[in-house]
Write a protein that binds this ligand. Structure first.
Ligand SMILES: Nc1ncnc2c1ncn2[C@@H]1O[C@H](COP(=O)(O)OP(=O)(O)OP(=O)(O)O)[C@@H](O)[C@H]1O
Length: 298
């Protein structure tokens, strides 16, 4: 649905996006992660046609962004990281404008969907940051886009707003909408995205499913075990399970080889004629994998 090939973008002669390559499949939620200044927004702006690239090629649904921008505009819904509307515009008027331009029915249902119904007579300049974000999302979805680009959509949203946005993304996915989501929120990326690209200094450091990225992390899996007779405590290394600590009666082991470590621990429990009360296996989180990459890149 979207392919980015050898994308190059420079500001004042300095490349900030450098030889970037990735593609996004139809119906996929694709996350773009990276530290501040990595080049996420610049990449999205090139895809949206809002910035002219200095090299490479971007194709969206078979259209070339440089040559067929008009066609692409019809299928793209964009929620910008920073956007502004006239101060005295009401949300309802903004929706009427957008829908009017596209010659379609006014989507007041979207204002309701994002909790803006009661604010529909409030002026844009009087709305809070989170309320503005909700409005921009509603406007981005107004023309039933087949591709939606969201740049840090939950920044500044309250807990309810965040949950509503996540639900909206899942609904869009159910309708086979293709979504690119730039975010700093690791749990958001982990729960919503089919695949994630982590950008560092204008390049992709890694790309894959959240599970692929976390399993490739340098850190080890944590295995936490509570048994009836505490027969494995005080703890020691058992096979591939390396004893880490004892906490509140639980033993904590770490391992790179999760399956064999768990088998070794459970075999020992059985051998001791003990019984498992609680067992938890925690892979490194996406946040930990992200930090490993960033630290490794420095
Ligand atoms: N208009 C501009 N002129 C010059 N430099 C710019 C401009 N916009 C962005 N940059 C620089 O380009 C680099 C990439 O910025 P960009 O906003 O794309 O990063 P980002 O990954 O989206 O960051 P953040 O997570 O902070 O939003 C940064 O070093 C930034 O300072």
């Amino acid at each position: 649905m979207i392919s980015v090939n050898n994308l190059l973008k420079k500001y004042n002669g300095v490349p900030v996006v450098n030889n970037l390559n990735f593609s996004v499949q139809k119906g996929e939620v694709f996350g773009l992660l990276g530290p501040n200044g990595a080049g996420k927004t610049t990449t999205l702006e090139c895809i949206e046609g809002m910035r002219k690239s200095d090299g490479g090629e971007i194709n969206i649904s078979g259209f070339n962004i440089q040559q067929q921008e008009k066609e692409i505009r019809k299928i793209l819904g964009i929620q910008l990281q920073v956007a502004s509307l006239p101060e005295n515009l009401h949300p309802k008027e903004a929706m009427q404008l957008i829908c009017g331009w596209n010659g379609q029915q006014v989507r007041l249902d979207l204002l309701k969907r994002f909790g803006l119904e009661s604010l529909s007579n409030k002026q844009y300049g009087q709305m809070s940051t989170g309320q503005k974000r909700r409005l921009h999302l509603a406007l981005a979805l107004a023309c039933n886009p087949t591709i939606v680009i969201l740049d840090e959509p939950t920044a500044g949203l309250d807990v309810q707003g965040r949950a509503e946005l996540h639900e909206a993304v899942r609904e869009l996915k159910d309708k086979n909408t293709t979504i690119i989501l730039a975010t700093h929120d690791m749990s958001e990326a982990e729960s919503l995205c089919d695949r994630i690209a982590i950008m560092i200094q204008g390049q992709i450091a890694t790309i894959g499913t959240p599970a692929q990225i976390t399993s490739a992390a340098r850190r080890e899996t944590r295995i936490t075990l509570l048994t009836q007779n505490n027969s494995l405590l005080p703890g020691h290394d058992i096979g591939d399970a390396h004893f880490s600590k004892e906490k509140d009666g639980y033993g904590v082991w770490t391992s790179k080889d999760t399956a064999n470590a768990v088998i070794a621990l459970l075999n020992n429990v059985r051998h001791n004629e003990d019984k498992v009360i609680d067992l938890r296996v925690e892979r490194p989180s996406l946040e930990e994998a992200f930090l490993d990459l960033i630290e490794g890149g420095q």
